[in-house]
Design a protein around this ligand. Structure first.
Ligand code: C2E
Ligand code: MG
Ligand code: MG
Ligand code: MG
Length: 281
């Protein structure tokens, strides 16, 4: 009887699960062709230095996917699949190459402004034995200043193998790249890594910034900023959507700001227009 019930349940759940699995497989197949089909785009979101009045300091590289026959697919839908299937390796390499190409073109167009580009690295890329060599090749091939290329990692991503991580981070830093800890405050890892890992900057997660009107979040953010500064690190706040959030973060001593209040991510083909407008001011 129990078995019969089990079968009933199976019949009940199977179509839904099948749907999900098929959708994932479909996404995977289409994503596999996305690079060759020129369906991937780079968006850049401005990051401002807010010590004084906001000054453009650099950008975060954010991946965008527009399949030929469909609308834009948000990263939250395809990045996890890219990570599970290993497709994040060629895709991440594409993002890296695009970012280095942009930096090369800016070195010619805006030689006075050393804007930076930060690239998100996922765990899978971090455990790729070729990562450091690929970074080095990309920098050399495009003749860019490594100080302008920054790398964003998340705590949980790199905590699985701390010794190997420290070794890789050291080489990246020796090459001149800065390391940012993305989504800081949302992970479960021990904070002891903050003094053991050669990192430069903490990016305060958007969830704290969004609810900065709540006392508890202000306490948390102030504590993160003070912690960072005590360790000699700088702080970027992400997801700033209002003037009030910006002013609160500036008052707390946060050095850099990113969010819709300043600018949404901008597609690469519109970025020069944005920079030229900005430099006029
Ligand atoms: P992230 O690295 O934390 O990037 C910041 C996300 O916050 C971006 O979402 C950005 O568009 C969004 N954002 C920025 N300011 C605001 C704001 O004021 N309000 C709101 N509501 N959102 C804001 P996006 O582009 O959808 O990317 C989501 C996540 O996907 C990224 O989070 C990152 O983890 C991942 N991702 C994006 N591009 C790449 C990539 O090239 N490689 C890897 N490995 N992951 C990527
Ligand atoms: Mg990021
Ligand atoms: Mg990220
Ligand atoms: Mg983030």
């Amino acid at each position: 009887h129990a078995q019969e019930q089990g079968l009933d349940q199976l019949r009940f759940y199977a179509p839904e699960m099948q749907d999900k699995a098929l959708k994932k497989l479909d996404t995977e197949t289409r994503l596999r062709n996305a690079i060759n089909e020129n369906e991937l785009f780079l968006a850049l979101q401005p990051i401002f230095s807010i010590d004084q009045s906001p000054t453009l300091s650099g950008f975060e590289a954010l991946l965008r996917w527009k399949p030929k026959d469909k609308g834009w697919v948000p990263p939250s839908e395809f990045i996890p699949i890219a990570e599970q299937t290993g497709l994040i390796l060629p895709i991440g390499q594409w993002v890296l190459e695009q970012s280095c190409k942009v930096l090369r073109s800016w070195a010619e167009k805006y030689p006075e402004n050393a804007f930076s580009v930060s690239v998100n690295l996922s765990a899978r890329q971090f455990s790729d034995p070729d990562l450091v060599q690929n970074l080095f090749n990309c920098i050399r091939h495009n003749r860019i200043n490594p100080l302008q290329l920054k790398l964003e990692i998340t705590e949980s991503d790199v905590m699985t193998n701390p010794e190997a991580t420290i070794q890789k981070l050291r080489i990246m830093k020796e090459l001149g790249m800065a390391i940012l800890v993305d989504d800081f405050g949302t992970g479960y890892s021990s904070m002891s890594y903050l003094q053991r890992f050669p990192i430069d900057t903490l990016k305060i997660d958007r969830s704290f910034v969004t609810h900065l009107d709540k006392h508890a979040n202000r306490v948390i953010v102030r504590t993160i900023v003070n912690l960072a500064h005590s360790l000699g690190l700088s702080v970027v706040a992400e997801g700033i959507e209002t003037e009030a959030q910006y002013l609160t973060l500036r008052e707390m001593g946060c050095e850099y700001a990113q969010g819709y209040h300043f600018s949404r991510p901008i597609l690469l083909d519109q970025i020069d227009e944005f920079i030229r407008e900005h430099l006029k001011k």
